[in-house]
Design a protein around this ligand. Structure first.
Ligand code: COA
Length: 261
């Protein structure tokens, strides 16, 4: 694994990779180097069969406070429009990551931090979590998918309120709105996220990937196309060793061992 400065990558549970954003002095502001390192870590996790689930977290104060505003000073229309620093390609690394990703969020998840959490598959929030899209205060708008993902997730009215006013929402509001899956005491956020990751990692990996892919497709395609995709994926899974093992284990009343075959 490459030596990273802006993230720390560990394996706290079998088959689970933990990526901790590591710029605590600036609330984990997402500078270019951090996004690049995250993208490298995800690329390594993609090809490593030992990794079945990833958890991304920050620290007690912040998941991430958005793009590093210091880097905005050098950005121009041309550099942004041509993606000169490949920023959007690094976002794509998370968006297109094929294995499940859980965001464990305490404190601020603002701007790109909120978008990063939304790019994960499941958000576990601590009761201190605060979500917001404050870009409007800087004369810009969300650039990591916020204008598209937030309304699909929490509905138009709340998304508009957050994006147009920059006002934050707390963890309970995020739960009610469907932005997060669970709210837990802040001291337990990472523990709960890792527990869930371990559970998902114990499931048949090919089925898990296809399930993730099918759910994500529901955002992109008309329902008939989505249903057809689901039916095909469902059929394909009948050819896997893990399907045979899962059915046999149930019938033999024992715990299944899935190999990703
Ligand atoms: N980019 C760069 N630096 C950031 C940052 C960001 N997105 N968010 C916080 N920081 C830095 C601050 O500049 C400050 O650095 P300093 O100690 O060298 O002065 C440090 O982190 C602490 O931030 P501070 O504002 O003093 O803490 P706070 O507790 O009063 O407020 C926030 C915390 C997160 C509410 C506030 O920092 C904030 O609003 N950040 C910007 C959020 C944002 O607009 N994100 C979208 C960017 S597109």
């Amino acid at each position: 694994m490459a030596a990273f400065t802006d993230i720390v990558v560990t394996t706290p549970k079998t088959h689970v990779t933990l990526i901790q954003l590591n710029r605590p002095q600036v609330y984990n502001a997402l500078r270019f180097n951090l996004l690049q390192e995250l993208s490298q870590a995800l690329a390594a996790a993609t090809t490593d069969d030992a990794v079945r689930c990833v958890v991304i977290t920050g620290n007690d104060k912040a998941f991430a406070a958005g793009a590093d505003i210091n880097e905005f000073q050098a950005q121009t229309l041309v550099s942004t429009a041509t993606d000169r620093d490949q920023r959007s390609q690094h976002w794509q690394a998370l968006r297109g990551f094929p294995k499940p990703v859980i965001a464990a969020v305490n404190g601020f998840a603002l701007g790109g931090g909120c978008e990063m959490a939304m790019n994960c598959d499941i958000i576990i929030a601590g009761d201190t979590a605060k979500f917001g899209q404050p870009e409007i205060n800087l004369g810009i708008i969300p650039g990591g998918g916020g204008t598209q993902r937030l309304p699909r997730t929490v509905g138009k009215s709340l998304a508009m309120k957050m994006i147009l006013s920059g006002e934050r929402i707390d963890a309970e509001t995020a739960l009610t709105a469907g932005l997060v899956a669970e709210v837990v005491p802040a001291a337990k956020t990472l523990e709960r996220a890792l527990e869930l990751a371990e559970l998902i990692a114990s499931k048949p990996p090919i089925a898990v990937r296809m399930a993730k892919d099918a759910v994500l497709r529901s955002y992109d395609v008309p329902i008939e196309a989505g249903l057809l995709y689901e039916r095909r994926a469902f059929s394909i899974l009948f050819a896997t060793e893990d399907r045979k093992e899962g059915v046999a284990a149930f019938l033999e009343k024992r715990k299944a061992t899935f190999k990703g075959q």
